[in-house]
Ligand binder design. Structure first.
Ligand SMILES: C[S@@+](CC[C@H](N)C(=O)[O-])C[C@H]1O[C@@H](n2cnc3c(N)ncnc32)[C@H](O)[C@@H]1O
Length: 281
């Protein structure tokens, strides 16, 4: 994306799809995260915020750790027999997307990407133009009924059969009430044997760093950034069977050799991302 040359840029990427109403001047959490991961789907306003965040220690590593966790979990759940994935707050397509990992285990696996950001849906739809097993829709996690009631979602997924619902790096953009409401709807709509996957930013013991992060994220297209600890996350999984090792820093959740870079030096007090996977009874 080269917004210097195209200040009125109507598309998220000059070579990419058109996105009506896109405002490149409002920093956007999907594009900030894309920049952390080395992506090109971002504008100057996004990069400026991302660069500020990257001056805080551990930002890029946390984003990479989060994405690596997502890849491992999807592989584990697909291997456990899950064939349907509902990815809410899916983000811009990157390398190794959920549907690609799931379809490596079973090409018939079905994935629905949901994001409230129209740029994400347009990019995902372009990527998926030739894929029948995966769709991308616009939906807001603050309106879960809108997501579960969406005819496209209901047509694509069989909600009588187990689904893995992914809320990965999403809940820190939602208030406690909004997350509780979302999780309550997930419980109501998915059958026994489904899974809930969550990652969430936690402050560790460095409140001052998190305050800086909150300030940097203010004025983005999302809600304010909310840090939470393992106890708060545990409440969302009440009554569910937690997959080992429970609620841990994402880099400690079943690390593979290739994802374990720097694991020995993890500073346990530093802010980071907690991850957890639970199975609905
Ligand atoms: C940090 S990205 C995470 C992307 C991906 N889940 C991952 O972990 O790699 C957060 C995503 O959540 C989306 N998001 C934020 N608030 C949302 C909401 N209320 N409803 C749906 N999506 C939301 C953003 O647009 C962004 O794409």
């Amino acid at each position: 994306m080269d917004d210097e040359k195209t200040p009125q840029a109507p598309a998220a990427d000059p070579s990419g799809p058109e996105v009506p109403g896109l405002d490149p001047n409002v920093p956007n959490v999907a594009r900030i995260y894309d920049y952390y991961l080395g992506g090109k789907d971002n504008f100057a306003a996004d990069r400026a915020r991302a660069e500020e965040m990257m001056r805080l220690p551990g930002t890029v590593q946390a984003a990479r750790n989060n994405r690596a966790f997502l890849r491992r979990v999807v592989h584990v759940l697909a291997t456990e027999g899950i064939r349907q994935f509902l990815d809410i707050g899916a983000g811009l397509p990157t390398q190794e997307n959920v549907h690609q990992i799931a379809e490596r285990v079973d090409p018939a696996s079905r994935t629905v990407y949901v994001d409230f950001d129209p740029v994400v849906a347009v990019h995902a739809q372009a990527l998926l133009a030739t894929n029948d097993t995966t769709i991308a829709v616009t939906g807001d996690a603050r309106d879960p009924e809108g997501i579960f009631g969406n005819p496209e979602v209901r047509e694509h997924l069989d909600l009588e059969k187990p689904v893995a619902v992914l809320l990965v790096a999403l809940t820190h953009f939602l208030s406690d009430e909004q997350v509780e409401n979302l999780v309550a709807h997930v419980r109501r709509h998915v059958p026994s044997g489904s899974y809930l996957v969550v990652t969430q930013m936690f402050p560790g013991d460095r409140a001052e760093l998190v305050q800086k992060a909150v300030a940097i994220y203010s004025g983005t297209n999302s809600g304010p950034l909310v840090g939470r600890d393992a106890k708060q996350i545990a409440a969302w999984f009440e009554g569910m069977e937690m997959l080992e090792p429970g609620i841990v820093r994402v880099e400690r959740w079943r690390p593979l050799l290739q994802d374990s870079e720097g694991l020995a030096e993890v500073d346990e007090g530093a802010p980071g991302i907690l991850g957890a996977v639970g199975r609905f009874p």
